[in-house]
Design a protein around this ligand. Structure first.
Ligand SMILES: [Zn+2]
Length: 413
């Protein structure tokens, strides 16, 4: 299968400047770039007036929480969790998680996301939803040991055995929920399993000011040697920031969720200055309430400019959202180059806010929005194209989600 995108303005990677080029996609990968006049393909698209760029990566979410979107507003994290979220999550079935995840993928594809990192449960459903839709996902099973439920780690290992590397779309990692819900010894046990399988770990870290534990203690476990995505990191002590500057560590900044739950603003500029690798996530739709990484990118830049307008250039913001996100999640290259999977988005730049064209990267971060996404391709397959979802029946997904929400909340209308 050959797909030819003609006459597009191409942003090959976040560090280069856009140029006019054709792109040939063959069997899921970028096969050729440049002037490909006269080349025959199965499908040809004229992309004049459009920008083709690497897709965004949502490096921290709980996809199926789309089912709880808008149900738990104006609360602090603890009340949000215990009063609203946990009671609903107790009732979630595998089918609910499948449709909730599918709903999340519909939204993310439409907003230009090609890969995401998820932490949830009923992970067989997450994997099936990703394969059915054609989206890339790093799956982690949320693990806690407050209830001595060690069976969950076994379950996470089974998910790894069943789904890791499936169709080039799925990676499975491990999801110790947080240092306040997992003992140090349990985190060490999980980390040793992850190291053995060369699988990444995702963990919430210092989301709120109430969390009392020492990062040093955590890094005395085997976690120090794992590839780790630390979500939030709002309240990392200044003297501890350098501990996160390791090649195998990534901080996932979730600015909207942190603001909406009143958790605070992560010291992103300090992280960057210390050489910490920072990428972006939306967190779940119950605390965001959208899965719009494009929006997070702009907000991440603006929040740091509050302290100094020289903080977080457009290129740095794009780098967090695409390049670092791709490195952290590990399923996509974060660039359009020959040999890489064709994970790309098409942005309609035939709009007033993309003029002048000479400053396109600044416009993407500070003037554009995810509603400018015209199409999203993952591994050479369109998963969103001009209002349509070629791989799934969106109306059916909406209907199943509405039914699930009525059952979960006990409402009949
Ligand atoms: Zn989270």
């Amino acid at each position: 299968m050959k797909i030819l995108l003609k006459n597009a303005l191409i942003l090959r990677d976040v560090r280069s400047e856009p140029e006019i080029s054709d792109v040939l996609v063959k069997d899921g990968r970028i096969a050729a770039m440049g002037n490909l006049k006269g080349l025959i393909a199965d499908e040809v698209y004229d992309m004049s007036g459009r920008l083709v760029m690497p897709g965004f990566v949502n490096a921290h979410t709980h996809a199926a929480m789309t089912l709880m979107r808008g149900l738990a507003e104006d609360l602090r994290l603890r009340e949000w969790l215990t009063e609203k979220i946990f009671p609903i999550e107790e009732k979630l079935t595998e089918e609910d998680v499948y449709y909730g995840t599918m709903l999340a993928q519909l939204e993310m594809a439409r907003r230009g996301v090609v890969a995401y990192a998820d932490m949830y449960f009923h992970c067989d459903a997450v994997a099936r939803a990703a394969l059915d839709f054609g989206m890339k996902v790093l799956i982690t099973r949320g693990l806690v040991d407050l209830d001595s439920d060690k069976g969950r780690l076994r379950q996470n290992i089974e998910y790894y055995e069943r789904w890791n590397d499936r169709d080039g779309l799925i990676k499975v990692g491990f999801g110790p929920h947080a240092p306040y819900s997992c003992s140090t010894s349990y985190i060490d046990e999980i980390a040793r399993v992850a190291l053995d399988l060369e699988a990444p770990v995702m963990i919430h870290l210092y989301e709120t000011a109430e969390e009392k534990y020492e990062l040093r203690d955590l890094l005395e476990t085997s976690l120090k040697y794992c590839k780790v995505l630390f979500a939030h990191c709002v309240h990392v002590k200044d003297e501890d920031i350098r501990l996160l500057a390791q090649e195998n560590f990534f901080v996932v900044h979730n600015p909207t969720s942190n603001l909406k739950l009143g958790s605070g603003i992560a010291p992103v500029q300090k992280f960057l200055a210390a050489g910490v690798q920072v990428c972006l996530g939306t967190d779940g739709a119950a605390s965001n309430n959208s899965l719009d990484v494009w929006h997070e990118m702009r907000l991440a830049s603006l929040l740091q400019k509050l302290y100094d307008p020289r903080n977080i250039s457009a290129e740095q913001a794009l780098c967090m959202t695409i390049e670092q996100g791709a490195k952290a999640v590990g399923l996509t290259e974060g660039r359009i180059q020959v040999g890489a999977d064709a994970d790309l988005i098409v942005v309609d730049i035939d709009r007033p806010w993309y003029v002048p064209r000479s400053q396109i990267k600044n416009h993407i971060v500070h003037a554009g929005s995810s509603s400018d996404v015209f199409a999203t391709m993952i591994k050479g397959r369109w998963v969103y194209y001009d209002g349509e979802y070629p791989t799934v029946d969106a109306e059916h997904v909406y209907k199943k989600c509405e039914e699930a929400i009525r059952r979960l909340t006990g409402t009949t209308s």
